[in-house]
Design a protein around this ligand. Structure first.
Ligand code: HEC
Ligand code: HEC
Length: 267
């Protein structure tokens, strides 16, 4: 299929899903739950452990997008004064890192391929892996965090605590922290990409663009610039987007996908 045809058919699919969400709104009026809204921001009736870990990973990434809340105003009080990313500073990931290692990993002083502006001096969350979920929840309500139930409810806070305790991936053996070079099986990565991700992103990863026409951000762009971030998105999905995640599959599959995504066009 040409890119244009692919685009047209995706556009048709979007129209169908827009009609679907209208139908869902109608159903809402009749007291039925809006299934698409629930998939994006809510929870299944009986959440599995795997779903909870991925949902927690999306809260870690960006809780207001994941949960459909208002973004807090101003910088988080624990964010260092003069830090360059204050506008993002209520996101867990901004302080603790895409590799969960904080100042000891990707966001170390002086920077890595992620750039020096990410340094905060704050430690990572790796030491909290295996910690009691209730204790992590208490840490997130207390100083220095101060997340209120209006921002993140108890049920949602439990998800992110489960992610911290039982959902952190360690990619240190597969993605080089200094360079971002990724070791993975490209043949397996291509198979996964073409059968799964291409449904929305296209075979070359250029159907969805979250950058601009001048400076596009495609899967290839993202994977070549921020492979740890792409790994996190593959394992948990992008907050607020109707995207699949590979949390139920072996971590190696996600690594193979990141390695393959780095071979896709960046512009
Ligand atoms: C503005 C920065 C900031 C944000 C945002 C932030 N934290 Fe923290 N976090 C900290 C600081 C500072 C500490 C204390 C570190 C220390 O004791 O040296 C901490 C500690 C932790 C710890 C304990 C680490 C340990 O080794 O005991 C966990 C777990 C944690 N944070 C999880 C989260 C989660 C989950 C979120 C998002 C819901 C989050 N944090 C958001 C700054 C932040
Ligand atoms: C059902 C559709 C769908 C599928 C399947 C899908 N995605 Fe996505 N993905 C999306 C949407 C929608 C977005 C949000 C795009 C935006 O913000 O403009 C997105 C965003 C992303 C982002 C970028 C987020 C950012 O802003 O940094 C990455 C990376 C990504 N997807 C990777 C993948 C990979 C790899 C796969 C295969 C495992 C995949 N996606 C499968 C729909 C999908």
């Amino acid at each position: 299929m040409t890119a244009r045809l692919l685009f047209l058919s995706l556009f048709a699919a979007l129209l169908v899903s827009a009609a679907g969400s209208l139908a869902a709104q109608e159903a809402n009026k009749a007291g039925e739950p809006d299934q698409i809204g629930r998939f994006l921001h809510g929870a299944p009736d009986k959440p599995t452990e795997i779903w909870l870990r991925a949902a927690g990973g999306r809260i870690y990434d960006n809780w207001w997008e994941a949960l459909d809340r208002k973004k807090p105003e101003g910088a988080h009080p624990a964010y260092p004064k003069g830090g360059k990313r204050a506008g993002n500073s209520w996101r867990c990931v901004e302080c603790h890192g895409w590799d969960y290692n904080g100042r000891d990993g990707l966001y170390r002083r002086g920077g890595t391929y992620f750039g020096p502006d990410r340094y905060t001096g704050i430690k990572g969350i790796r030491a909290a892996a295996g910690r009691d979920v209730g204790r992590i929840m208490a840490q997130l309500r207390a100083a220095p965090h101060g997340y209120t139930p209006d921002m993140i409810t108890d049920e949602e806070l439990r998800r992110v605590a489960i992610f911290v305790s039982r959902g952190q991936d360690n990619a240190d053996r597969s993605i080089d922290r200094k360079t971002g070079n990724t070791r993975g099986d490209l043949t397996r990565g291509a198979a996964l990409f073409d059968t799964t991700c291409a449904a929305c992103h296209g075979f070359d990863g250029r159907v969805l663009n979250w950058g601009s026409a001048q400076e596009p951000a495609f899967i290839g762009t993202e994977a070549n610039t921020y492979p740890h971030e792409v790994l996190h998105k593959i394992r948990n999905a992008h907050p607020g987007a109707a995207m699949v995640n590979l949390r139920a599959y072996p971590l190696k599959d996600a690594i193979d996908l990141v390695a393959y995504a780095r071979t896709l066009p960046v512009k």
